[in-house]
Design a protein around this ligand. Structure first.
Ligand code: ZN
Length: 216
């Protein structure tokens, strides 16, 4: 569920409940100490709640961090602030994952956000943790996937057109996010030559025809 551009899942709710429980537990503990009554039990409960919050918060924070950067790329591609990207969650997104199983990302027509599968998000996260100047082929492909889905968010659902638009934007958008221009340019050439031809027919781009159209 996307609320004001932020992905809210079961884990988000768990974090919010734990936070409320921690505040309540602190109040309870202070009252006990002030009244000089037994407080040890409440201290243990508080520590347990803090540990749980730490674990849940770590995973929720990671999710929000990846979503944030994938959304920034999506916004840069679409040119609008009201769009976002969301990584599927381990908890709560299983229905979607079953429905879209073989895809690395998808957009439901009318939605202003894309969904990205766990492999794409994992590779994207790995790339975010580097200096971002270069990328492995897998990471560069994950970045391309985020941009491809962003073109769908912009309203284009023809796969060949979507590939064309995302590939011609790749270099400039990636440079904006820290990639070396030279590396981005080389990857685009590699993508056109070696990756697109291996994709299903509907993703193929007739580059010669596109060049001719541009020159006319
Ligand atoms: Zn597509």
């Amino acid at each position: 569920m996307i609320i004001a551009g932020v992905d809210v899942g079961i884990l988000t709710a768990i974090c919010a409940l734990l936070f409320i429980a921690i505040v309540w537990s602190i109040v309870k503990l202070i009252r006990r100490i002030v009244k000089k009554r037994d407080w040890q039990y409440h201290a243990i409960v508080l520590v347990l709640l803090l540990v749980l919050f730490g674990v849940a918060g770590y995973f929720e924070g990671k999710q929000q961090y990846i979503n944030y950067w994938a959304s920034e790329i999506t916004r840069a591609v679409v040119g609008r602030d009201d769009v976002s990207a969301k990584c599927v969650r381990a908890l709560g997104d299983s229905l979607d994952v079953n429905q879209y199983g073989p895809y690395v990302g998808w957009v439901k027509p009318g939605d202003n956000y894309s969904k990205l599968d766990r492999t794409t998000c994992k590779r994207f996260q790995e790339w975010l943790a580097t200096d971002r100047k270069t990328a492995t082929n897998d990471q560069a492909y994950a970045l391309h996937t985020i941009m491809h889905e962003a073109i769908h968010v912009a309203g284009e659902f023809n796969e060949s057109e979507t590939e064309y638009k995302s590939i011609i934007l790749y270099e400039d958008i990636m440079v904006k996010f820290g990639m070396d221009r030279e590396f981005a340019r080389n990857y685009v050439e590699h993508f056109k030559k070696n990756i697109t031809p291996r994709l299903p027919e509907q993703y193929h781009v007739d580059w010669a025809a596109k060049e001719n159209a541009k020159q006319e």
